[in-house]
Design a protein around this ligand. Structure first.
Ligand code: GLC
Ligand code: GLC
Length: 825
């Protein structure tokens, strides 16, 4: 069944939404450097600079009624009727509606009564500007004189204050208007050195800056006074709620089209004075900004630059294979989502308010895995930023604020998995780039005061490599009675709180309870540690430090022995031992008998090579797999268990309580690749793939072009319904599964290892991979219909010796093109 709301346009790398009333607002992101916008398919959303909490430029009310009202709106006043090209907020019927979700842009087009209005919104690379290119076309046989009204509501930058402290905010709002430019200058007087400017390059005939004047007090955005009256009032906001609105008057002959732009910018004054006269902002930078974006061709050039940047980004990895979902998602949408998760971690989406969470330590380290091939230099900086929020004993700030890069203790700490992800991300970066210099990069700990140099910078003694050692040592030091790693407040599963014992509704499950002296252990962390320790040991091998490699492998062997001795339940891996030493995730329990995370990580860490790894994955198939993905555990918990924490607080089938948590599904897919079953890996991949959900979209409900964090499991009345799309570790891990697991193109220290694991029915595939500046054209054929196993590899016409379990194609000089022919068998 076709999706009634839209379809993929693979040729143009767009998703085309053809009905505005999607089952939930479908989102796109604008911007990939400093200025970001959230933009739904009806133009809803907001804009911020670097940090959605501390530098919010425009206002948006989450969970509003109606949902998703507020955004970058255009009202069209045409012959007495008022409508919006994006349908909202007026919701007047449109003769035609389309939203093309593109890479870094959305093009929303509405047509009514012979007038077509199209709004292309994007943030060009490298600029703090959001551009709306607007084209208005008269498709009727007669002359038309429509008026357009733009609308944004300004935010007072600090989003929480903006939404809560009205006794202050109703009094501070200030604007200035100069020509077609509206300046939002609130708080410039005191501690800010920046303002927002909203300008228009079209024939502006009026403006408004007061929300009361434009909307009214008792009216809603759908019945805003000014667009319905058809005349701007020229209002100047004094306090209350400043907005930006232009009136644009057009005169169009039949067939005539006019194109102009609105520009929304974040302007920093730098060392200029703040004021040019008492109470008058120095607007030099703002004027330069408006002039720059008003220049003929500037907006078209910026859009071309955006498209070009995405051509370059996606050129790093391209695949042609027999599965259309893999091809489409891996080439375009999966990588696109990886950019968003890298930039925003879990901070701002339609499910994350931009206020609660900044950059997550474990999240961002994982996000990096799907991004490092696109812009390695940015990944490098991220590693250093993340490591700098680790404490000297190995503990990590669980989150940090993107604007300040300072750790944020609001959500607590003592998640005893956090530090290990830094080992995986750093090793992934070094394998991708060959840049071992990052390991020596000075990088301090958040709790240590370092000498301050004459230029004001601090001079940490330690290096990034020191952090990796600290991380390994931390897990070694934090082990429990079975020799397994302690869990602290939680591990990857934030809701498995074995030390919290929370009985008080006014506290957070994650911060309640003291972990000091706790003995609860995590088998999942054990598996993660095995993987991380092997990565570090392999890095030492590569660095020519065999004794360090040997030492780390010795530590790994200790944890491996404990895992294999005490982590096994009989048919699968246990999940944990609780604070009283009782096993969690055991057949002996009535609920929560088997969990997914430890099955995945023990396999990826190399535990159970005696056959138990495979047995555990078979148990996942038997007990946890559904057509919509693998549920987190079974049976679902039906009563609150104090000793297990938040996981038992969710209704059965939802979130961490037996929901399908797509992120951890990917570890099972990758584990099947390691064990050589490409059919299972691909089937698993497709079960959570959004592009494969179009035929059940009214159940699934979210964007078919990006992964969601969860899908309701069979224990839920809404089985198959997705929640929390966009900002999820599923994006990065799925890219790892597809590119490295299924297609088997694996960056390694010495070069590119090729070791595919595909469905037996695939005759082959082709991948183009940019790696350390060279381009590898890889052709894989599968004459014998196998899943895994490399019979031969020929590089530029020469056979590679000993290519049995995959072989490493040595890194070629930058700029070269390398032809790689692989035969499986
Ligand atoms: C606000 C505060 C109050 C303060 C007053 C004058 O009303 O709530 O505590 O005294 O402002 O600043
Ligand atoms: C959310 C968190 C992530 C955690 C996961 C499972 O996605 O951002 O850190 O691992 O939930 O609880």
């Amino acid at each position: 069944m076709a999706n009634p709301y839209g379809h993929f346009d693979d040729e143009r790398r767009e998703y085309v939404i053809t009905r505005p009333d999607t089952p939930w607002p479908w989102l796109n992101y604008l911007g990939q450097d400093d200025l970001f916008g959230l933009c739904t398919n009806t133009g809803g959303g907001y804009t911020f600079w670097r940090d959605a909490k501390l530098r919010r430029l425009t206002r948006y009310r989450y969970n509003n009624v109606p949902l998703d009202s507020g955004g970058r709106y255009l009202y069209v006043h045409d012959g007495g009727t008022v409508w919006n090209p994006g349908w909202k907020p007026v919701k007047a019927a449109l003769d035609r509606y389309e939203c093309r979700v593109g890479l870094g842009y959305s093009r929303i087009t509405g047509e009514r009564d012979g007038l077509e209005v199209s709004q292309l919104v994007f943030v060009p690379p490298g600029h703090d500007v959001e551009l709306w290119q607007v084209s208005v076309r008269n498709t009727s046989p007669g002359r038309k004189q429509p008026r357009l009204f733009s609308f944004v509501e300004f935010a007072f930058y600090e989003a929480l204050v903006d939404l809560t402290n009205y006794q202050r905010t109703y009094s501070i709002g200030e604007v200035e208007v100069e020509g077609a430019a509206i300046y939002h200058v609130t708080e410039l007087r005191e501690r800010r050195d920046h303002y927002t400017v909203f300008a228009c390059t079209g024939p502006v005939t009026g403006f408004d800056t007061s929300r009361e004047a434009f909307v009214g007090v008792h009216e809603g955005l759908h019945e805003a006074r000014v667009p319905f009256s058809g005349r701007a009032t020229g209002s100047i906001a004094h306090g209350w709620n400043p907005i930006g609105s232009h009136e644009v008057s057009l005169d169009l002959e039949p067939g005539e089209e006019q194109t102009f732009a609105f520009v929304l910018g974040f302007v920093q004054q730098g060392d200029l004075p703040k004021f040019e006269a008492p109470q008058v902002a120095d607007k030099r930078r703002g004027r330069e900004f408006v002039a720059r974006w008003s220049a003929p061709g500037a907006v078209d050039e910026a859009f071309a630059a955006l498209n070009h940047s995405w051509d370059e980004l996606l050129d790093g990895f391209r695949v042609e294979c027999p599965d259309p979902h893999v091809t489409r998602m891996a080439n375009t949408w999966n990588q696109y989502q990886c950019m968003a998760t890298f930039n925003l971690s879990r901070s701002a989406s339609l499910f994350e308010s931009g206020i609660g969470r900044g950059m997550g330590f474990r999240d961002s380290n994982q996000d990096l895995l799907g991004f490092v091939h696109m812009v390695p230099a940015r990944a490098r900086q991220r590693l250093l930023d993340l490591a700098a929020t680790q404490l000297s004993d190995g503990t990590c700030f669980h989150q940090y604020q993107p604007l300040t890069k300072k750790g944020n203790a609001d959500v607590g700490g003592d998640f005893y998995d956090d530090h290990l992800w830094l080992v995986l991300s750093t090793c992934a970066y070094v394998k991708e780039t060959g840049d071992v210099s990052v390991l020596d990069e000075p990088c301090g700990y958040a709790d240590v005061e370092y000498p301050v140099r004459s230029d004001g910078a601090t001079d940490p003694r330690e290096s990034l490599l020191h952090h990796l050692e600290t991380s390994i040592a931390y897990t070694m030091a934090k082990r429990g009675p079975h020799g397994l790693p302690l869990i602290g407040h939680a591990d990857w599963n934030d809701c498995l709180n074995l030390n919290c014992f929370s009985t008080e509704p006014n506290e957070s499950f994650q911060t309640a309870g003291d972990v000091a002296g706790s003995q609860a252990e995590s088998v999942m962390i054990a598996g993660l540690f095995l993987a991380a320790a092997e990565e570090l040991a392999a890095l030492y091998d590569h660095l020519g430090r065999p004794s360090d490699a040997h030492r780390v492998r010795g530590q790994r062997a200790e944890v491996l022995a404990a895992t294999e001795a005490h982590g096994w339940d009989g048919e699968w891996w246990l999940r944990a031992y609780d604070a009283a030493g009782a096993p969690v995730g055991t057949h002996a329990d009535d609920e929560g008998r088997i969990f997914v995370e430890s099955q995945g990580w023990c396999a990826l860490g190399g535990a159970g090579a005696d056959g138990r790894a495979r047995q555990a994955l078979e148990a996942v198939e038997t007990h946890l797999a559904t057509p919509n993905g693998i549920v987190l555990q079974q049976p679902a918990y039906t009563r609150y268990r104090l000793e297990l924490g938040e996981i038992t607080s969710y209704p059965p089938g939802v979130k961490e309580n037996a929901g399908i948590f797509c992120h951890n599904n990917t570890w099972i897919h990758l584990a099947w690749c390691r064990l050589g079953d490409g059919d299972r890996a691909l089937a698993g991949y497709l079960s959570v793939c959004p592009s494969a959900k179009e035929d059940q979209i009214d159940t699934y409900r979210l964007e078919p072009y990006v992964y969601a964090q969860t899908i309701a499991g069979p224990d839920s009345p809404t089985f198959g319904e997705a929640k929390n799309s966009w900002l999820t570790g599923t994006a990065a891990w799925t890219f790892v599964v597809v590119s490295q697991g299924i297609l088997g193109v694996q960056p390694d220290h010495a070069g590119l290892r090729i070791d595919p694991c595909i469905p037996r029915s695939w005759p082959g595939f082709r991948v183009t991979r940019r790696f350390r500046g060279a381009t590898y054209e890889i052709t894989v054929t599968n004459p014998d219909g196998v899943s895994k196993g490399v019979r031969s590899i020929v590089v530029d016409g020469r056979a590679v010796e000993g290519a049995v379990d995959g072989a490493v194609v040595p890194a070629a000089p930058a700029g070269t093109v390398v032809a790689v022919e692989v035969v499986l068998g």
